[in-house]
Design a protein around this ligand. Sequence first.
Ligand SMILES: Nc1ccn([C@@H]2O[C@H](COP(=O)(O)OP(=O)(O)OP(=O)(O)O)[C@@H](O)[C@H]2O)c(=O)n1
Ligand SMILES: C[C@](O)(CO)[C@H](O)COP(=O)(O)O
Length: 248
Amino acid sequence: MSEQTRAGRTAAVIPAAGRGVRLGPGAPKALRALGGTPMLIHAVRAMAASRAVSLVVVVAPQDGAPEVKNLLDAHSLPERTDYLVVPGGDTRQQSVHAGLEALPGTIGTVLVHDAARPLVPVDTVDAVIAAVRDGAPAVVPALSLADTVKEVEPGEKGLPEPVVATPERARLRAVQTPQGFDRDTLLRAHRTVAVSGDGATDDAGMVERLGTPVVVVPGHEEAFKVTRPIDLVLAEAVLARRRANDGF
Ligand SMILES: Nc1ccn([C@@H]2O[C@H](COP(=O)(O)OP(=O)(O)OP(=O)(O)O)[C@@H](O)[C@H]2O)c(=O)n1
Ligand SMILES: C[C@](O)(CO)[C@H](O)COP(=O)(O)O
């Protein structure tokens, strides 16, 4: 069944319904400008840049679907790709679930990509799709860590926290998006797995909870998530360098 569905088309679901509290006051994060263009538009273009992606489903803030539709209409996007907008939920996983339920039956492979990762290169997108099409039911791009990581006993904010363990860094990876899935597998995870607790911060974590294997492929430094104000400074710098290199 999976092999059969994976022969189908590839869609990208972009959860974009978050507020961006950690970025500070302002418009919903996905709608904030990066290089003069909403972050969401960068993310949509990043998915549609892959020739394998034939449908992009944007999950908009709950009451923001009309605004997001207008935004997509107002920006140039590849014509070979179809675009759909659906309203999101209170959590990232509710939003992703809403996007998945909107997929037509012809979709065999699905990517889930944060609107907050506007600069992911198309080679990373294609590598994830290729790994799913080669038979992996769940694929995540990830990077090794530059910092040592400590596990702590979380305490009150501002107070010293006791260290519990120092995990072996060589075995750790920082996970990015787009994450790629056999569509039936991810839908099953979203329909059956609890959306809180360990493994609920990303879609691959939910698939892990099904007992289904997940594999990692190399991520990319420019696929970082715009979470805090410093990330926006970095994103502007990366975009400016790209534009200078492209000569416009
Ligand atoms: N209810 C939600 C919450 C998050 N997201 C999306 O999930 C992605 C990753 O989440 P994150 O970076 O945490 O975004 P926010 O939730 O907006 O950030 P914050 O936690 O700082 O408010 C973002 O593209 C965000 O729009 C979503 O679609 N629906
Ligand atoms: C999905 C994700 O981007 C993988 O790193 C991450 O788990 C999202 O976490 P957030 O706290 O909801 O931004």
